[in-house]
Design a protein around this ligand. Structure first.
Ligand SMILES: [Zn+2]
Length: 503
């Protein structure tokens, strides 16, 4: 029996569920064993991982990247996070993620709530049954802000709650789970969001714009519409008015986005969007604002194209040497300028002494000119470097806080050590090397990292909670066994905690 091929627009989660049915595996653990050879894999609707393993079951055309692009919700989120983070998320999805993708894409901390249940369109299911002989879950049905199918009307909630309660079970769309009830007409807001979401889902895998490019884009959008006074002074009140003209307050409230539009607090998302971008915004926020400014002609893929054309502000653009002097340079001179991008003049001289000697003989004035300018630039460069660490510190702290939020909602899982947190937010070794430059993140790690004792206590607590269903006072040995602990390994404070449980 072969592994089922994903249908167009089908969530990979749905394909895996169909695989279980095809193989006749009724228990979720059996399916995990069969497909992943691991029972710890979590059934994830939006950003599944272990895709390299899944791709092994499929023909070559379904490589892991294609699975991400065409069978997950990643394309809706990826254009709006910085490129490095986008690439990191792809890596996580190919292998293990431990919830890090949700964190890095901002889904965990987002003010936008994911739909409470897996949703479906009865009209589309009828078509699927005719065309393919079975039902499957479509991607766009599960996207916040999309409330209806453009052909058949409002989406219907199944009884399968999100986040999925049975974390290891893949549930297929079936006549028992998806009753073919009558659908009412969809609303205009959902149709608008749906148009843009479909564009993003079809958009091929492309590099994400940088925050600085988004900053430029929104400032010029306001400027072109006469909503900025002088230099980047945005008329936030007028921006709010435009949003409220395009979107009903009730709809904004339903999507948890109203407070940012009508309020005037510092934390308003709408204000932040027209300021310097320090963190990403969701697809929904981008769509809302652009639709208000551009109307029915708006295409999110065109906006992304435009944003990518703005210059990226980075270190290299700050230390470019005078442009007109660069023309008609000899190869030696060009080589020297190239060196100066990475080295100070003194270091460059040590790296390439012969080159330096030749230039000193032939272009002494030019050499001294660019070197002295590089000294000043080097100063600027160091200052920018420091600023960047500050910004990075805030960004990491932000991810760590999201991380802590995620942990709070899930009391199971491995020890939340310092190393664990660092792995969750990115490349452990690079962050670790630079932690001394990031005091906020460092402080977070000191106060939040879980010690071995704390970890033991958490396991005992979980064991106690589980065993209380069977026992009034669970016996000590059962608690230890359920917590996977032994008397010998028990730390003093955990021992004390255990004794209190026994009273
Ligand atoms: Zn439909």
């Amino acid at each position: 029996m072969s592994f089922p091929l994903p249908y167009p627009e089908e969530l990979l989660y749905s394909t895996l569920a169909r695989a279980g049915i095809r193989y006749g595996l009724t228990s979720p653990k059996q399916l995990l064993d069969e497909i992943f050879s691991s029972r710890s894999v979590i059934a994830t609707l939006d950003f599944p991982n272990h895709l390299s393993i899944v791709a092994n079951w499929l023909p070559d055309a379904f490589n892991p990247e294609r699975l991400i692009d065409h069978h997950t919700l990643f394309p809706i989120y990826s254009p709006f996070v910085p490129e490095a983070r986008r690439l990191q998320c792809i890596k996580w999805m190919l292998g293990k993620s431990h919830g890090a993708v949700h964190l890095a894409l901002g889904v965990v901390a987002s003010r936008i709530k994911i739909p409470r249940f897996i949703r479906y369109c009865p009209g589309c299911l009828r078509v699927q049954l005719r065309q393919y002989g079975e039902y499957f879950w479509l991607r766009e049905w599960q996207v916040s802000g999309v409330e209806a199918c453009p052909e058949h009307g409002r989406l219907i909630d199944s009884h399968i709650a999100r986040p999925l309660q049975d974390r290891h079970r893949f549930v297929a769309a079936s006549p028992e789970k998806c009753l073919l009830v009558k659908q009412s007409a969809g609303n205009v807001e959902s149709a608008r969001i749906g148009d843009q979401v479909r564009q993003l889902l079809k958009c091929p895998n492309q590099p994400s714009p940088a925050f600085s490019q988004w900053t430029h884009y929104y400032q010029s959008l306001a400027h072109l519409n006469g909503l900025s006074r002088g230099d980047a002074q945005i008329n936030h009140h007028a921006v709010s008015e435009m949003i409220l003209q395009a979107w009903s307050a009730a709809w904004l409230a339903r999507n948890n986005l109203a407070s940012g539009v009508s309020g005037y607090g510092e934390s308003d998302w709408l204000r932040a969007m027209f300021r310097k971008h320090r963190k990403g915004f969701s697809y929904l926020e981008h769509i809302i604002v652009n639709y208000a400014f551009l109307g029915n002609n708006f295409q999110i893929v065109e906006v992304l194209e435009k944003v990518r054309q703005y210059p990226v502000e980075d270190l290299h653009s700050q230390i470019q040497t005078g442009k007109d002097e660069d023309q008609g340079l000899s190869i030696d001179q060009e080589d020297w300028l190239h060196h100066l991008k990475s080295y100070l003049p003194k270091q460059a001289r040590v790296v390439s002494p012969a080159l330096y000697a030749r230039l000193y003989r032939r272009h002494r004035d030019w050499l001294q000119g660019v070197n002295s300018r590089r000294h000043i630039d080097g100063h600027v460069l160091r200052r920018i470097g420091r600023l960047n660490w500050g910004e990075r510190d805030r960004e990491y702290l932000d991810m760590l806080l999201q991380c802590a939020k995620l942990m709070k909602s899930d009391q199971a899982g491995p020890r939340r050590s310092r190393a664990y947190y660092l792995r969750m937010i990115g490349s452990k070794s690079t962050i670790e090397k630079n932690l001394h430059r990031m005091p906020l993140s460092q402080k977070f790690l000191v106060t939040h990292s879980e010690s071995v004792e704390q970890y033991q206590i958490r396991r005992l607590k979980n064991a106690y909670r589980a065993l209380r269903k069977q026992f009034d006072v669970p016996p000590r040995w059962r608690l230890l066994r359920a917590a996977n602990l032994s008397e010998e390994r028990l730390a003093d404070s955990a021992k004390k905690y255990l004794e209190e449980l026994e009273i």
